[in-house]
Design a protein around this ligand. Structure first.
Ligand code: SF4
Length: 382
């Protein structure tokens, strides 16, 4: 296929959905004991809601929304650290736009900006580097956030800053890694996932090999998936086909983008600049060993955590917030007590309502009025 509408062909989507229903029947699961497929990546969560993919599937196949939205898993204490840095008079704090509205314990970066802090939205870490060149009398801090997908561009920016000898650029590093987190989810008591849709963008960097333990140690199939509706449906079909055939392997549906061994140049840049932290705090999931990276000593001059005092406080989420349970797939967004009332995209209480990749924001945008009847109608149409 060459054109995007071919990946959205309704007739082909219904055909694959029928094949999925046949496989589910062959596997013998029921609506009471459905097959649970976790889509690790927030991009998939967004596609599933946007294109109504869950409604195309039989009730015996259910998606569980995973932790793969880096904005959503940022703990409140780290947001407070960002605000503390941004409110320094000598600092220009730069960030991607989706992190601006994540609530901290007192305020978001957007509120800090409204209160007078110099917070600027950038589209690339290189924009932040340019700001540093243009403002030699100010300290420019870039808020590095994201999984392995965004790590290489941050790493290369730090390498460039070092090569140019820039003294007023630093990184507040909040990059996280996906593999330890999937392992922590698999080890959670009561977790009964049957298979995974693997994150397409992360896999483009890390390749397929890091997932092998999921198939071999935990006996669960994982299919690296693309983001168009037919990509997601085909990947679900591939997971179910493995289950039906008694296999658990790592397969790649997104071969047009994801090379088997990842991107060697990107991996080299990550390796050059970053090293694993002993642990990193995740919103709702707690502390997970080796799930984040920090800047290596060779690049210490560009580490905002060494350059500035950081409060580094652990702040508990508001009591009403159930982001952690949603992130672990224990409840659906609509089951959170404050969904759509005290927590909306306009006034988010939890971070899953902020980013477009957050499960609660996707649910709010595309499925908040969904009823059992509309689900049945969609299925009948398929
Ligand atoms: S509705 Fe809001 S508070 Fe509840 S889980 Fe979603 S983001 Fe968190």
């Amino acid at each position: 296929m060459k054109h995007v509408d071919e990946y959205r062909d309704p007739a082909r989507a219904k055909e694959i959905a029928r094949e999925i229903a046949q496989l589910a029947e062959r596997i013998g699961r029921t609506p009471e004991r459905p097959l649970l497929i976790m889509e690790v990546c927030g991009g998939h969560t967004h596609s599933i809601f946007r294109y109504g993919i869950q409604q195309l599937l039989p009730e015996s196949v259910q998606f569980v929304h995973g932790p793969g939205c880096p904005v959503c898993v940022l703990p409140m204490g780290r947001v407070d650290d960002c605000v503390a840095l941004a409110e320094r008079r000598d600092v220009i704090f730069t960030t991607f736009g989706d992190a601006m509205r994540v609530p901290g314990s007192k305020k978001s970066l957007l509120k800090a900006k409204a209160d007078g802090a110099d917070v600027r939205m950038v589209y690339s870490p290189l924009d932040a580097l340019q700001l540093a060149r243009d403002n030699p009398d100010r300290e420019v801090v870039f808020f590095g956030l994201g999984f392995e997908t965004t790590m290489p561009s941050t790493a290369m920016t730090v390498m460039q800053a070092k090569a140019e000898g820039l003294r007023n650029f630093s990184l507040f590093c909040n990059h996280i890694t996906i593999i330890p987190t999937v392992k922590a989810i698999l080890d959670s008591p009561g977790m009964e996932l049957d298979g995974f849709l693997g994150p397409g963008h992360v896999s483009m960097v890390i390749g397929q090999a890091p997932y092998e333990f999921i198939a071999h140690h935990y006996g669960r199939p994982l299919v690296v998936a693309g983001f168009e509706p037919l990509d997601v449906l085909q990947s679900v079909y591939m997971v179910l086909r493995q289950i039906a055939e008694g296999r658990s392997e790592i397969e790649n549906q997104y071969g047009r983008i994801v090379p088997r061994d990842g991107n060697a140049q990107a991996l080299r840049a990550i390796q050059e600049v970053f090293e694993l932290r002993e642990f990193f705090e995740w919103r709702g999931l707690g502390s997970i060993d080796h799930s984040g990276v920090r800047i290596r000593a060779e690049y210490a001059d560009f580490d905002a955590e060494r350059k500035f005092p950081i409060p580094n406080l652990k702040i508990a989420d508001p009591k009403a917030c159930q982001c952690g349970e949603v992130l672990k797939g224990a409840i659906r967004p609509r089951d959170c007590k404050v969904f759509g009332t005290a927590c909306t995209p306009e006034m988010p209480l939890g971070s899953l309502m902020v980013s477009s990749e957050g499960a609660c924001a996707a649910y709010y945008q595309y499925a908040r009025f969904e009823t059992r009847a509309s689900h049945d109608t969609a299925e009948a149409g398929a």
